[in-house]
Design a protein around this ligand. Structure first.
Ligand code: PLP
Length: 368
């Protein structure tokens, strides 16, 4: 089986993990946490980094830290992971959707202004599958309407928008370090900000809101969303290979592109836009044939021992949100289309050139 994702853990990961064990620092106290926070924020041109237990937690902390609360509205793409919307819904706030663009698969920035109401507090930007959202357009709208920007760069480690790192644009930005991400810590995440007060608030929220001067006394409720030193040790080792990993992703994307670009039955990721070159966090394909849905093609690939993953399921169709009477009667045709026809091919860092050739050859045989 060619797995859909396999991380590369053959740098200093074992050495640093051994250090944790030898020194006894295995909890969320320990030197690797601070190192990871400092090094990761420096890579992304941000002053403050707050390491947390996963990307979903990073979103929840970000939303709470910005003071988004009951009745507030936050605009986000219809095509994204549930974590984006659940962070809003759990605060009692309301996710307001815009459709995605068929070309880049990212949120259609032209639809945002029409969705703004007096209750809108923020735009949640999600860079999808390796291409950034058009941030200039977002920043202009946010400034004009006095909205905060929550930037979800979980899938955009190492990517830039007009030369500046993704994750450096939001009032608050979040990352995931799940093993399919460029940099992994097993489970893990990070909140980045340039605002000291917001950073302090995030640190407090991740650690049960202990009063600094009086431990075990709480004026507010937080969570235990701490990252362990063990996770951070892996992250520090991974970060040493940041540039190498970015190069590998781009190489993978270019090879898949050269092998699949003449296939009439599928769309493949956009190579570049006026503001960024694709980093191919994953190599997605969208079937153009009405009766060849992602489900059918993925099944055929699985029969040939090739692992794949479906694209996100649109937020407005999620059964959990239907039960909450959210998004009733709303339609986002592009999100529905890419979700029904899109899936991604093996894209992990451990993937070899031969495996990419094999995947492309098999997909072509199935398509033809
Ligand atoms: C865009 C995006 N945001 C948030 C998350 C949630 O991250 P995690 O899986 O670490 O909770 C993911 C998932 O991996 C993601 O792709």
């Amino acid at each position: 089986m060619i797995p859909v994702n396999e991380p590369l853990l053959n740098g200093n990961e074992k050495k640093y993990l051994n250090e944790c064990i030898d020194t006894g620092w295995i909890s969320s106290e320990g030197p690797f946490i601070k190192k990871l926070e400092e090094q990761f924020s420096a890579k992304n041109n941000r002053t403050y980094g707050v390491a947390v237990c996963n990307g979903t937690a990073a979103l929840e902390i970000a939303v709470e830290a910005l003071g988004i609360t009951k009745g507030d509205e936050v605009i986000m793409p219809a095509f994204t992971i549930i974590s984006c919307a659940s962070a809003i819904v759990k605060m009692g706030a309301i996710p307001v959707l815009v459709d995605n663009d068929l070309h880049t698969w990212n949120m259609d920035v032209n639809q945002i202004e029409a969705r703004i109401t007096p209750k809108t507090k923020a735009i949640m930007v999600v860079h999808i599958y390796g291409l950034p959202v058009d941030m200039d357009a977002i920043i202009t709208i946010a400034k004009k309407h006095n909205l905060k920007i929550i930037e979800d760069a979980a899938e955009a480690h190492g990517q830039t928008y007009k030369g500046k790192p993704c994750g450096s644009f939001g009032d608050i930005s979040v990352f995931s370090f799940y093993p399919n991400k460029l940099i992994t810590t097993g489970e893990g995440g990070m909140v980045l900000t340039a605002d000291k007060t917001l950073a302090e608030r995030c640190k407090s929220l991740r650690n049960l809101c202990f009063l600094p001067e009086k431990r075990f006394v709480h004026e507010e409720l937080g969570w235990n969303m701490r990252m362990t030193n063990l996770q951070a040790a892996i992250g520090v080792a991974q970060l040493e290979r940041w540039d190498e990993f970015i190069g590998m992703k781009r190489k993978m994307g270019k090879l898949y592109t050269s092998l699949l670009k003449n296939e009439k039955g599928i769309s493949i990721p956009v190579e570049k836009t006026s503001y960024a070159e694709n980093i191919y966090w994953v190599f997605g394909v969208v079937s153009k044939k009405i009766n060849e849905t992602a489900e059918i093609l993925m099944k055929k690939l699985a029969e040939k021992q090739i692992g794949t993953r479906p694209f996100f399921y649109p937020l407005h169709l999620q059964p959990v949100f239907k039960k909450m009477n959210l998004f009733i009667g709303e339609e986002y045709p592009n999100a529905e289309k890419i979700s029904k026809y899109g899936f991604y091919l093996p894209s992990g860092l451990a993937l070899t050139e031969n495996q990419i050739q094999e995947v492309a050859k098999t997909l072509k045989e199935i398509l033809n």
